[in-house]
Design a protein around this ligand. Structure first.
Ligand code: ZN
Length: 551
């Protein structure tokens, strides 16, 4: 891409004319979808045959019906009924430009749900799941023999809420044009074992204009049933600088996207994301980097983090899992709490045992509180981990995620305990010390139907740094990825030494110098002052790291 000012005038006019014509042709559509759902639809159709199946999903502990996700196989093939009665929810997720559509089914917890069956159905298998703290269940029915009911018991194998942890999908893009469907959404969050979902408006990438519209922002746009919370926010993007999530923002930041993404198109790479992040914070947002910082062509995220403008680092969207940038920042002393969310309606396909919302999710320890401020506080204190299935934990000298150990100036050894638990297969578990895996034997136990892996070992620490754990679980067939889990970190400080890494700091400095060159020569700006602002930020980030090296 070339800056507009470098194009000969006639080409520039031709380009502008094309943009105007294109905009005129789509304007009607953009206007039209302002009041229509483009990301999903609720509901189905009429019963497809005279036969129906009644599905009763209950909590094993109470015997009472509970909200859960369910899926069906009829005679060996995946089957999605057209008809689902009022005790269920039939939801179709739509990603227009990626042509990704997926229909997901839920019980509401209000009683047995009756669904349609195809003509001549013989054997039906029903699976039920509810987040990661319940074991998925399966049952089968022989319709040919006149069976029309199936009951499934969901067994809660762990309760993290009792220890203060709540589960959150931090990255959703679904339209909420008015509050009328919020009760359905809250039931879906419940059925997927989530306490909160962040619904973020954005521009371009699926349909030309604004989508995942929210009827209000700030507290007015939130919805709650007392246990679950929906929070409107914004994803702001620049094709070069990258993508940021502005969770819980009170008021939208225009123009949503820069650097040529979406329509109406803003070609400039301005404002710098650094300034957008800080503006979002002034509007009460928790402002962080999306997709592991991997989606900008000339990503400014690491510089933004070094300058203190970033509140969190999203390390996974399921289809993206990247810890590299995050590790290197922590090695230089920039500790950012991790986040994860699905980025639905991207990659909506699910294995039977998976939740639909929050198939990759974050947990935050809010002491069980559900409000946005408690979530922000938990994040600021680093009490967070992420998972696509297995539950992970780390303790260092008895201290947990977000806590700090202090060693004398000569350093010493610490006792590290990590654990990974799941009702499904586990593949790997590792201790990470300052971004490097520590070799250790993994103890593997089968505890009833739960796999429990653990490591306990001493680690020698001579420099200030950090410890964490990561693990890998079952393969997710519909997405061709593994279920990943990563713990939050425990800091270990040695005397009064700061956490720093000359290797990572110098590689950041080299990177920032290259980026400065890119934005100097190739960045698109309306005014020289705008470019100067961007260059100044790189200069400041480079200085900041240089100061660290002098310490
Ligand atoms: Zn997104």
């Amino acid at each position: 891409m070339f800056p507009m000012c470098r194009l000969p005038l006639n080409i520039r006019n031709l380009f502008l004319a094309t943009v105007v014509t294109f905009w005129a042709t789509i304007a009607g559509f953009v206007h039209a979808h302002e009041h229509e759902l483009v990301t999903h639809k609720f509901g189905g159709g009429e019963p497809e045959s005279s036969e129906g199946l009644t599905i009763n999903i209950v909590d094993k502990a109470t015997g009472e019906p509970i909200a859960a996700r369910f899926s069906m196989m009829v005679d060996g093939e995946t089957y999605t009924p057209d008809f689902v009665d009022e005790n269920g929810i039939r939801f179709t997720s739509i990603h227009e430009s990626k042509n990704q559509r997926y229909t997901v089914l839920y019980t509401r917890g209000s009683g047995p749900v009756t669904v349609g069956l195809p003509v001549n159905a013989s054997n039906v298998v029903v699976s039920a799941a509810r987040g990661f703290e319940y074991q998925a269940a399966k049952g089968s029915v022989r319709v040919r023999r006149g069976e029309t009911n199936v009951s499934l018991e969901l067994n809660r194998w762990v309760n993290l809420e009792e220890d203060g942890w709540i589960a959150i999908d931090e990255h959703l893009h679904y339209d909420r044009l008015d509050p009328k469907d919020d009760a359905l959404w809250l039931t879906m969050l419940e059925a997927d074992g989530l306490a909160a979902g962040h619904f973020m408006v954005l521009k371009g990438g699926m349909v030309p204009g604004i989508w995942s519209r929210q009827f209000a922002f700030g507290p007015d746009g939130q919805a709650s049933d007392g246990s679950r919370l929906m929070i409107p926010g914004q994803e702001y993007r620049d094709s070069a600088q990258g993508h940021i999530n502005l969770l819980g923002i009170d008021k939208i930041i225009e123009p949503y996207s820069t650097g040529g993404t979406g329509t109406p198109t803003v070609n400039e790479n301005f404002p710098p994301l650094h300034d957008v992040l800080n503006k979002a914070r002034s509007r009460n947002a928790l402002a962080g980097v999306a997709h592991g910082g991997t989606l900008g062509r000339q990503s400014t995220h690491m510089a933004d983090a070094v300058l203190g403008a970033v509140d969190f680092w999203e390390i996974s969207n399921g289809f993206i899992y990247n810890t590299d940038n995050w590790y290197r920042l922590m090695n230089c002393g920039y500790f950012l709490p991790m986040a994860a969310g699905t980025d639905l309606p991207n990659w909506p396909f699910r294995d039977d045992w998976q939740p639909f919302l929050g198939s990759i999710r974050m947990y935050a320890n809010t002491h069980g509180k559900r409000d946005f401020l408690s979530f922000k506080k938990a994040m600021a204190e680093g009490r967070t981990f992420i998972t696509g299935g297995p539950l992970i934990d780390v303790m260092v000298n008895g201290k947990g995620m977000g806590e700090t150990i202090k060693l004398p100036s000569e350093g010493g050894t610490v006792n590290v305990q990590v654990a990974l638990h799941s009702p499904y297969a586990l593949k790997e578990l590792h201790i990470v010390h300052d971004g490097v895996e520590v070799a250790a034997d993994v103890r593997k136990i089968q505890d009833g139907s739960i796999n429990r892996w653990s490591i306990e070992r001493t680690v020698k620490v001579t420099e200030s740094g950090w410890l964490a754990a990561w693990g890998k679980g079952i393969e997710i067939y519909t997405q061709n990825i593994d279920a990943m889990a990563h713990s939050g970190v425990v800091k270990v400080l040695v005397g009064d030494k700061p956490v720093q890494s000359s290797v990572d700091a110098s590689s950041f400095i080299d990177n920032f110098k290259q980026l400065r060159e890119y934005y100097l020569n190739r960045g698109v700006y309306e005014k020289d002052a705008d470019r100067d602002r961007v260059l100044l930020l790189f200069d400041r980030a480079i200085d900041e790291l240089r100061n660290q090296l002098k310490d």
